[in-house]
Design a protein around this ligand. Sequence first.
Ligand SMILES: C[S@@+](CC[C@H](N)C(=O)[O-])C[C@H]1O[C@@H](n2cnc3c(N)ncnc32)[C@H](O)[C@@H]1O
Length: 220
Amino acid sequence: MNIGMSTPDYSHLSSKDFHDVYEPAEDTFLLLDALEKDVEHLHSSRPCICVEIGPGSGIVITFLAQLLKSMAFFLGVDTNPKAATSTRRTADQNGVHVEAVTSDLLSALQPRLEGSIDVLIFNPPYVVTPSEEVGSSSIASSWAGGKDGREVLDRLLPQVSKLLSPKGSFYLLVIKENKPDDIRRLLAKQNLTSQVLLERRAGPENLSVMKFYRDPTLCS
Ligand SMILES: C[S@@+](CC[C@H](N)C(=O)[O-])C[C@H]1O[C@@H](n2cnc3c(N)ncnc32)[C@H](O)[C@@H]1O
């Protein structure tokens, strides 16, 4: 369902900020559209804890906070400290509260978050690149995904079911080169069902937003 939400204001971020922080692009906007499309599910599941890994500018987690208009806790974790700062600034600019911390995936926070994340979002560094480019200290770490564009994502995938609450959903942005069917099979082994929420071609990239969740009809 499209409810005509506008994109969060990020006019406070300049080209100087985008020298160090991922600038919203087609992938970002597809993720916003997918969250808006899934608004009925998001509202009805009454999420308490919402986490975005790699928020960059912060517009996705800010959009979710606006969409839910709830008392949920919103957290962004990014390896790039400047992305954490931009995320806080974007939330402030749009009148919502988002906590933002610098962290490699969920690292030290994981034990406290296990089994409690109701909404987990990740638009990972997904571009196929040489492995040496993954995790650099430059802006390239925003997109450099190494082999199959999966090297960062593959460190998160084994943890997804453990992190999600019983009603939790995981929203993931992928491109065709990331082998979405393989991701689907890996998460099916954790008893997570998948759905493609939206797909779009942007230049050379075939982007999709996938959603993973526990299907209550399959629970014993
Ligand atoms: C493709 S950008 C997406 C940014 C934003 N979510 C968007 O959609 O515009 C990927 C983001 O993931 C962050 N990132 C890369 N590796 C990470 C890691 N190991 N842990 C947390 N964040 C990471 C990058 O710094 C960057 O902000």
